[in-house]
Design a protein around this ligand. Structure first.
Ligand SMILES: NC(=O)c1ccc[n+]([C@@H]2O[C@H](COP(=O)([O-])OP(=O)(O)OC[C@H]3O[C@@H](n4cnc5c(N)ncnc54)[C@H](O)[C@@H]3O)[C@@H](O)[C@H]2O)c1
Length: 311
């Protein structure tokens, strides 16, 4: 079923790190957004992040990118709730709950039972099969992977994933619509980890293994990849940005999907998460830090900035 080229209201389900960024992006684009989470704390924390966070609205205000009136309008467009029925009049819903197959299937079923029959549903999953997730929704032809990148308000890329049953016209429409919002969409066929996570995770996993083996420090590994290979950010700093808990769930999902030991989560990653080191504390509230904090190092990007090294 081809939707009209019009999106009025957007739903975001899962108001964690990505859900808040996606919500802010759409609200800044002028869309009304209903953000749903089961946790009251997540809803409060998410709004605080949208206002005061590292990539939040106050920063935009300070930099003169928006004025106070615009900030107010953006905030007025966002509604947070624990009530899934508020999604009933949305035209598109992005699911962004934890990277867990069982949870995503349950949440997608719930979303699908509430939204209009022609609504588009996208999952922000990093690794899980879109075809498998589609089994939970009533209209699998209107379902696809809509994979944003962190920070979603800023990163231009959106990876669109075509499941076996995704309608090609729907996919084309979503691609065109995202291009209008200033994003650069790429289209990938359903396969574990799609195009981006498959490569990003294998690099991130290997980098943690190297730290575990004592090959080099996080800082030196990251500087090596930034200056040696032209990466904008090293794989270990990227892991801290993504969240080590999310990284771990993604590796577990890849391992489950493929059975290939090359995706087995490194012991150090599991231990860091068990010890409460779940990522950059300025992004993951309540975190003791990421791999950089655990090893007491300054982030590679900061070191290079201080040295005046242009990248
Ligand atoms: N972190 C990243 O950089 C990144 C980048 C791209 C994609 N992703 C993907 O986005 C998704 C979310 O990742 P995240 O890092 O934002 O996770 P997160 O842990 O920060 O947030 C997950 C949120 O889901 C909520 N939630 C749990 N069960 C729920 C339910 N039944 N209904 C509604 N909300 C529920 C939690 O309360 C939490 O607020 C994952 O699929 C992840 O793989 C993450």
């Amino acid at each position: 079923m081809k939707p009209e080229l019009k999106v009025g209201k957007i739903g975001v389900v899962g108001f964690g790190l990505m859900g808040t960024q996606i919500t802010q992006f759409f609200a800044q684009q002028g869309y009304e957004v209903v953000a749903v989470d089961v946790s009251e704390e997540a809803l409060k924390r998410g709004m605080d992040t949208i206002i005061n966070g590292k990539f939040g609205l106050k920063r935009l205000l300070e930099r003169g990118k928006i004025n106070e009136g615009q900030m107010e309008e953006i905030l007025e467009r966002i509604k947070t709730t624990k009530d899934f029925t508020e999604l009933s009049d949305t035209d598109m819903v992005i699911e962004a709950v934890y990277e867990d197959l069982g949870l995503k299937l349950k949440v997608l079923r719930e979303i699908s039972n509430i939204v209009k029959s022609d609504a588009i549903i996208g999952s922000n999953t990093s690794t899980i099969s879109i075809t498998k997730l589609a089994s939970a929704v009533k209209n699998p032809e209107n379902f696809l992977g809509i994979h944003f990148f962190n920070p979603a308000q800023i990163q231009k890329l959106v990876e669109l994933v075509k499941g076996l049953l995704t309608d090609s016209e729907v996919l084309e429409w979503v691609k065109e619509w995202f291009a209008q919002t200033g994003k650069v969409p790429i289209v990938v066929n359903d396969s574990p980890g799609f195009a981006t996570s498959r490569l990003g995770l294998i690099l991130g996993r290997e980098a943690i293994l190297m730290v575990q083996e004592g090959v080099a420090t996080p800082q030196d590994i990251d500087i090596g990849m930034i200056l040696g290979y032209g990466y904008a950010m090293g794989p270990l700093e990227t892991g801290d940005l993504v969240g080590l808990d999310t990284r771990l769930r993604s590796l577990q999902a890849m391992y489950e999907a493929t059975g290939d030991p090359k995706w087995a989560p490194p012991r150090l990653l599991i231990q860091l998460v068990d010890a409460g080191y779940i990522g950059d504390p300025s992004l993951k509230l309540g975190s003791r830090g990421g791999i950089y904090e655990y090893f007491g190092q300054e982030r590679a990007s900061q070191v290079l900035k201080k040295m005046g090294v242009r990248r």
